[in-house]
Ligand binder design. Structure first.
Ligand SMILES: [Zn+2]
Ligand SMILES: [Zn+2]
Length: 556
């Protein structure tokens, strides 16, 4: 049978939101998976630890899946891999540091799936099922990042990975323009492109700028330097350590994720701490302040991180000193603004000198508009699929693609579960597959759905009211006055009158139903819930969670 030239690109995540990146390529009864990431929840998801893609499609078609290729070691690209591989022991391809971080994750979960891991390098040619694949070196905020050229029967698809263009990178070589251009010359069917920053004009800027700024700060700081960055930004930590070592400073690293990444990267020759430079936290007291650099987690103001504890003055070992210089070497992830300002204010109030700002002590790892344009021009794709963006980013890309001469119907907006199908050199919207999110809360996977989340939001914002009724089992007749308990709703001691009214309403509801001869506890529950809920809203304008507790009593 001749090979079919149909290719399906299936998004399972990473489009329409930032995080949980996962894309599948399907042809001839084979599915290739690219990345398998998680997303960190926002305030819309109280209590949820992690969000991962819905992978039902892969579980249902497990015999077709030929393997997983990884672009780089960030959580939004590898974080859900343990969950996938635990069910499907697939072969995995990735660069050295990426696989090292995956391995550390498996150790942490204490799972050891029986899969093959293949270490790859740019320019390797991989054959996975019927796909021929070349990893292409790209610059990003972590070493060893790649994009991919995927040669399918329908044509070549280029996936940029998370990328930027840094002409003077401080680690490794620049993004491989030549490889992208080579495929462009041959003819590219589709380009999937990182659009995180494509609504920002200009270029992202070189890491070299930050390296120079950090060096200057560390040289001039009168006291300790306390620096935070993303725990995965290994290159950034390396600059801080090198500059500190040159100035005779000792370095302390605080924060589990940072320590783990440093350990993994050091073992794989992607990180180096000069001998004698790193000291443990208990040595801090023996050193003069100007001989100390402290690297800490907490760049997003995470309340439990070392930096926020220092800012609140509650860290076990570290207090702010008057001449401390704090460097926030990271971007503000949308949604975290309030926490970050709180951290900065807390540090400043205690006398620290706080430095932050894009283009100064931080540059982004994602391409801005001009770099996105350059990639489109180098690869000259027939079709384009923006990824790694919220809708506003995808739309910004659509505008930009039109500026470059692409037609509106040559840019496809996917979403989780949406399918783009290529047949006979043309592109169609294919039949959707299961898409969406699976919430992970503690040890439970997928047991917290929208209803539970809605309840948690209500609980957090409006509190809870528990009407407790003891009723005869046979007739639903009340055997005692109802009781009303509440938490987070009103201050009980000052709201006796209101609670008395609610108690009366609960009693009336139960009596009404009893008079109508309704003795079904479920109906009683529903009626109590809606009537008391409505009553409270009319009285107070609030909508707390109302959870009636009905105690059936056996009467002699
Ligand atoms: Zn990334
Ligand atoms: Zn990413």
């Amino acid at each position: 049978m001749a090979a079919s030239d149909t290719l399906r690109i299936i998004s399972l995540g990473g489009i329409g939101h930032i995080g949980k990146n996962m894309t599948c390529f399907e042809q001839d009864g084979e599915i290739l998976v690219l990345d398998c990431g998680i997303m960190f929840p926002d305030e819309e998801h109280p209590g949820i630890d992690l969000i991962m893609p819905d992978m039902t499609y892969l579980y249902e078609n497990h015999e077709k899946v030929v393997g997983v290729i990884l672009t780089h070691g960030h959580e939004d690209h590898i974080g859900a891999l343990p969950y996938l591989l635990e069910h499907l022991p697939l072969p995995v391809w990735g660069t050295r540091l990426t696989l090292g971080l995956v391995q550390a994750k498996f150790d942490e979960f204490n799972i050891h799936p029986d899969c093959e891991f293949h270490e790859i390098e740019p320019h390797d040619i991989l054959t996975i099922g019927g796909f021929t694949i070349e990893p292409i070196r790209v610059n990003h905020s972590i070493p060893d990042a790649v994009g991919y050229a995927i040669r399918a029967n329908a044509g070549i698809v280029i996936h940029s990975g998370d990328y930027k263009i840094d002409q003077t990178p401080t680690f490794g070589l620049p993004t491989d323009f030549h490889a992208f251009a080579r495929y462009g010359a041959e003819g590219v069917l589709a380009l999937m492109v990182d659009t995180t920053n494509c609504n920002e004009e200009g270029y992202s800027g070189s890491e070299r700028v930050v390296e120079d700024a950090l060096r200057e700060i560390i040289e001039d700081a009168p006291g300790r330097v306390i620096m935070t960055t993303f725990a995965s930004n290994i290159g950034r930590m390396q600059h801080a350590i090198d500059a500190s070592a040159d100035m005779g400073r000792k370095v302390v690293i605080i924060g589990r994720s940072m320590e783990q990444n440093v350990r993994v990267a050091s073992e794989l020759d992607r990180f180096e701490i000069p001998a004698g430079v790193r000291v443990s936290i208990d040595k801090l007291g023996d050193l003069p302040d100007r001989k100390v650099t402290i690297l800490v987690t907490g760049s997003q103001g995470e309340p439990l991180s070392a930096l926020s504890r220092i800012a609140r003055g509650t860290h076990r070992d570290i207090r702010v000193h008057k001449d401390d210089t704090v460097v926030m070497s990271s971007s503000v992830i949308p949604g975290n603004e309030a926490l970050i300002w709180k951290t900065i204010n807390g540090l400043a109030r205690q006398g620290a000198h706080v430095l932050y700002g894009e283009g100064y002590v931080h540059v982004t790892g994602h391409a801005k508009a001009e770099e996105v344009k350059l990639l489109v021009n180098l690869t000259r794709p027939k079709f384009a699929v923006p990824f790694h963006g919220e809708y506003r980013h995808l739309l910004a890309f659509a505008d930009l693609a039109q500026e470059l001469g692409m037609a509106e119907n040559e840019v496809f907006m996917l979403a989780p579960g949406k399918v783009l199908e290529f047949r006979g050199g043309r592109a169609y919207e294919g039949k959707s597959v299961a898409g969406g999110s699976v919430n992970i809360d503690g040890l439970g996977v997928g047991d917290v759905g929208d209803v539970v989340l809605e309840d948690r939001r209500t609980l957090a914002s409006e509190g809870i009211v528990l009407p407790v009724l003891a009723v005869r089992k046979d007739t639903c007749e009340m055997v005692a006055e109802p009781e009303i308990y509440s938490r987070g709703f009103v201050y009980v001691l000052e709201s006796e009158e209101l609670l008395a009214k609610i108690r009366n309403e609960a009693g009336r509801t139960a009596e009404d139903l009893c008079a109508k001869g309704i003795s079904d506890p479920e109906q009683l529950y529903e009626q109590l819930r809606s009537r008391i809920g409505g009553y409270i809203e009319r009285l107070t304008g609030r909508r707390p969670l109302v959870l009636p507790v009905i105690i059936p009593v056996e009467m002699p």
